[in-house]
Design a protein around this ligand. Structure first.
Ligand SMILES: *[C@@H]1O[C@H](CO)[C@@H](O)[C@H](O)[C@H]1NC(C)=O
Ligand SMILES: *[C@@H]1O[C@H](CO)[C@@H](O)[C@H](O)[C@H]1NC(C)=O
Length: 387
């Protein structure tokens, strides 16, 4: 009996001999496993040991992409805006421009308050304020020593305040202490800072029917848009601004879909600083939104770690300097994400890097007047400064 067992082991047929045989416990269970495997055909084995693990690994790497791609299935688009046509030309008088929009002209313009939460966008802030400063009565800026994700941050505005002398006489700068709560949703700290900005606006002296611009630093309304809205009567109480979306610089034009910036005729007790949708009207072609338009790679890294979408930094190598530089020059996505859209057609239309644009027409004037200083924002200069 045992002779036959050892002999037949030389043959291929393990199961036939071992299954049901006596032996040490360990040997027996090993053999049983072999028997089970033997019972499965080659295709099933491939499926178990190759296809399933590879799929899990793929989902681990691309889970976020998959859920973005499937977004049209689980989320329907918001109600579309009512888009107001926007008329503008340098040589057309204000009265005519107001009339073209169906508005009257005022005896004197409204006062304009521009209010922002400041993180680290020094270059964008300069271009913003230079663009708007002929028409803004008060620049209100709030800075915290905490990022939205609860990291301690230097007061970047305080340390570069000397570069903003051109607004000093119209500046209200506030500093707020962070709450430094661990593991909190970054949107909570952001909301807390926006409430503080409401208080700062009252300190700055805002009154009823003053115009209040609510937007992020990198959402820049064009000067002529502000001028139109401060001169015309009967403009809507809340108006969203449609801005052209750019990524990294004005070389990468994405689309015209930015709408979060808004202009309010201030109402005491009612107007609250917010960065979400507050009305259904949208003024067409009203400025620029330049996301991640930084001069230094270190600023990209800071922003990637510090703000509301830091969960998108899924792998440490996303913060690698060389990778970031390459991604910028390609017009690809820093977080390796898919476009956030509501239809498959739009997602597919935007797959892959953003095409280069060689137009530097209709950009903020300060940018062109100082093209050498802001070279990195103009077409053909994707290389960032070290530091
Ligand atoms: C943050 O700023 C607040 C207010 O200026 C200050 O009281 C607090 O000590 C600062 N926190 C840290 C950790 O520096
Ligand atoms: C964006 O708007 C501008 C001006 O209204 C227009 O010329 C351009 O074709 C639009 N681009 C896209 C991609 O919608």
């Amino acid at each position: 009996m045992s002779e036959g067992y050892y002999n037949s082991k030389k043959t291929d047929d393990i199961c036939g001999d071992v299954c049901g045989q006596q032996g040490s416990r360990a040997a027996l269970s090993m053999s049983r496993l072999r028997c089970v495997l033997r019972g499965l055909d080659f295709k099933t084995l491939i499926f178990l040991f190759v296809v399933i693990p590879v799929s899990f690994f793929f989902i681990y790497l691309h889970g976020q992409k998959i859920s973005y791609f499937l977004r049209p299935l689980w989320e329907s688009p918001p109600k579309p805006f009512h888009e107001i046509p926007h008329y503008y030309h340098d040589n057309v008088p204000m009265e005519t421009l107001c009339k073209l929009h169906g508005w009257g002209i005022r005896e004197s313009p409204r006062r304009v308050f521009d209010a922002v939460l400041f993180n680290n966008e020094v270059d964008m802030l300069t271009i913003r304020w230079k663009e708007m400063h002929p028409y803004v009565s008060e620049f209100v800026i709030l800075e915290s020593n905490s990022t939205f994700t609860g990291l301690l941050k230097p007061l970047f505005f305080a340390s570069s305040r000397d570069d903003f002398k051109f607004v000093e006489s119209r500046l209200t700068y506030g500093v707020i202490g962070g709450r430094f709560k661990k593991d909190e949703n970054p949107f909570v700290e952001e909301a807390y800072q926006r409430v503080a900005l409401d208080k700062l606006l009252r300190i700055a002296g805002i009154e009823d029917d003053d115009l209040l611009i609510m937007s992020d630093v990198d959402e820049i309304p064009s000067a002529h848009t502000i001028n139109l809205l401060r001169w015309c009567d009967d403009i809507p109480p809340i108006l969203h601004l449609q801005l052209r979306n750019y990524l990294y610089s004005f070389e990468f034009f994405l689309d015209n879909e930015s709408w979060r910036a808004s202009v309010h005729r201030y109402q005491t007790g009612k107007t609250r600083y917010a960065h979400y949708r507050q009305a259904d009207v949208l003024l067409s072609d009203a400025g620029w939104h330049c996301s991640f338009c930084f001069r230094h790679i270190s600023e990209f890294i800071f922003k990637m770690k510090a703000y509301s979408h830091n969960d998108r930094v899924r792998f440490a190598h996303y913060l690698n300097r060389k990778r970031i530089q390459d991604v910028i020059c390609e017009g690809a996505d820093l977080f390796d994400m898919l476009p956030e859209e509501y239809t498959f057609k739009e997602i597919i239309g935007k797959l892959g890097p953003i095409p280069h644009s060689y137009s530097a027409v209709h950009l903020p004037s300060y940018l062109l007047d100082n093209a050498e200083k802001y070279k990195f924002l103009l077409p053909g200069n994707c290389k960032r400064e070290s530091g």
